[in-house]
Design a protein around this ligand. Sequence first.
Ligand code: SF4
Ligand code: SF4
Length: 285
Amino acid sequence: MRIAVLSGKGGTGKTLVSVNLAAAAKASTYIDCDVEEPNGHLFFKPEWVQVEKISVKIPKVDNELCNGCRKCVDFCKFNALAYIKNKLIVFDDVCHSCGGCILVCPERALTEKAKVIGKVQKGVSGEVAVWTGILNTGEATGIPIIKKLLEENSEVNKQTFIDCPPGSACIVMESIKDADYCILVAEPTLFGVHNLNMVYDLVKLFNKPFGVVLNKCLDEENPAEKFCFENNIKILGRIPFDNELGTLNSNAEIAVNRNEKYRELFSSLLNKVTKEVQHETTTNP
Ligand code: SF4
Ligand code: SF4
């Protein structure tokens, strides 16, 4: 069972939710796909961490063989190649590693070389496997790192919680595409509604079953809750805005391991999500 946790912007509480659900599930896998700013590992403090570098293939030109025909330049839809002053230039940062230019070169002047864009760290924290994707500063896309993280997570019987990048861009799509269920985390403000709407559109586009967790709830009108009522969206749970949780969170402590109240809250949320997934599996096998 793969549960993706997402939100329209950072700081909404998706790491809080995914970390605490993984901790409440005990034997589970937590995957941090927020590769530009991964921070779930700060909560789990994993041990026995193994690191694997992730690289992509980019073209390398042999100037002795290149005759300047520009067929590769015309082929590249990403404008990653230019022929300037009798020399083929490769713009690594915008290359999508499709390999097409290598195939179209009539002189066989292009070959592949590996370029490291980041890494994957795998460790354990109690019964939770903690996997983290880290994109090197300045790299254009973390999609190859996310692919690596999710392809290797084949233990389908184990509960897996995917902490997605914020927003609704390609990198988020990659993170949710094989998820069994999506949890959308929303803040109780008009901005929160705007951000919720972004990920709501995304999960509808992918036809994913989903529900909403309302975070930072106060005893007053909640525009995100109103949005859910108006759009007939299932509310899975409400996390109160309180100092105790804020302090635990800012000290990178896992609330379910420190406080019985939060253990109950996240265990109940986990039960609800598990039932939702089971329901989906039986009604849409
Ligand atoms: S590998 Fe693909 S994206 Fe990269 S330069 Fe060649 S054609 Fe362009
Ligand atoms: S297609 Fe080959 S020969 Fe032509 S410009 Fe590109 S690298 Fe050079």
